[in-house]
Design a protein around this ligand. Structure first.
Ligand SMILES: [Zn+2]
Length: 209
């Protein structure tokens, strides 16, 4: 009886540790060994998830697997800027998924020489969302870090990155559909950009601050 009392909690603890290890292992950031593999020079960043690389002497568009670029224009601009900061003037290693059927070159990129996993970094810092419509090798990892970025309000998930509306001359910024925007030319901006050009939140529609 005494022995059973000791063994049962031990089994339980071992089981909990096992589950903990499995769950955490699933979210380990992969470290690839690219020894002997070619690197590709970054020519330019096209948008938040597409880059032009120098491959076999010519510029080739490469799209990041698993990364959705955000839709509103101000967010697309910020995502492109973040991606540019990550890769401007750099060289990258490339990894493709087997069985890819699209004509586009889709790839995972790793920055040389520090090995930064670029696709994941964009999602992790909140500048792209995980492409949930398709499954790919790292989909669970990407979903996990997308949820983390959202929870921690990083990058485009931050309150000051929310989309609001301004007019050229108006002194306020607004929510979509505010009556003060009627019959005027309106522009989509982030809260941060609205504040930077000295606009205050509208008192009628009370946009995010
Ligand atoms: Zn308003």
């Amino acid at each position: 009886m005494q022995r059973r009392i000791i063994i049962l909690p031990a089994i339980l603890i071992a089981f909990i540790l096992c589950v903990y290890c499995i769950v955490n292992a699933a979210f380990d950031i992969p470290k690839e060994d690219f020894t002997g593999q070619p690197t590709y020079k970054v020519i330019k960043i096209i948008d938040g998830n597409t880059v032009e690389l120098l491959m076999n002497g010519k510029g080739t568009k490469v799209k990041l697997i698993g990364v959705n670029t955000p839709q509103p224009l101000p967010h697309r601009r910020e995502a492109t800027r973040f991606f540019t900061d990550l890769l401007k003037g750099e060289e990258v290693y490339m990894e493709q998924e087997s069985g890819s059927t699209t004509d586009e070159v889709m790839a995972y990129l790793y920055r040389a020489p520090d090995g930064l996993f670029v696709n994941l970094e964009i999602i992790r810092q909140g500048y792209g969302s995980a492409h949930t419509a398709s499954t790919f090798q790292h989909s669970e990892l990407f979903d996990h870090y997308k949820e983390q970025a959202e929870k921690l309000e990083k990058g485009l998930w931050a309150p000051e990155a929310r989309i609001v509306y301004i007019t050229k001359k108006g002194l306020k910024y607004h929510r979509e559909g505010c009556p003060h925007l009627k019959f005027r030319e309106i522009y989509q901006v982030t809260v941060r950009a609205a504040k930077n050009c000295c606009k205050d939140p509208c008192g009628s529609c009370v946009p995010p601050q």
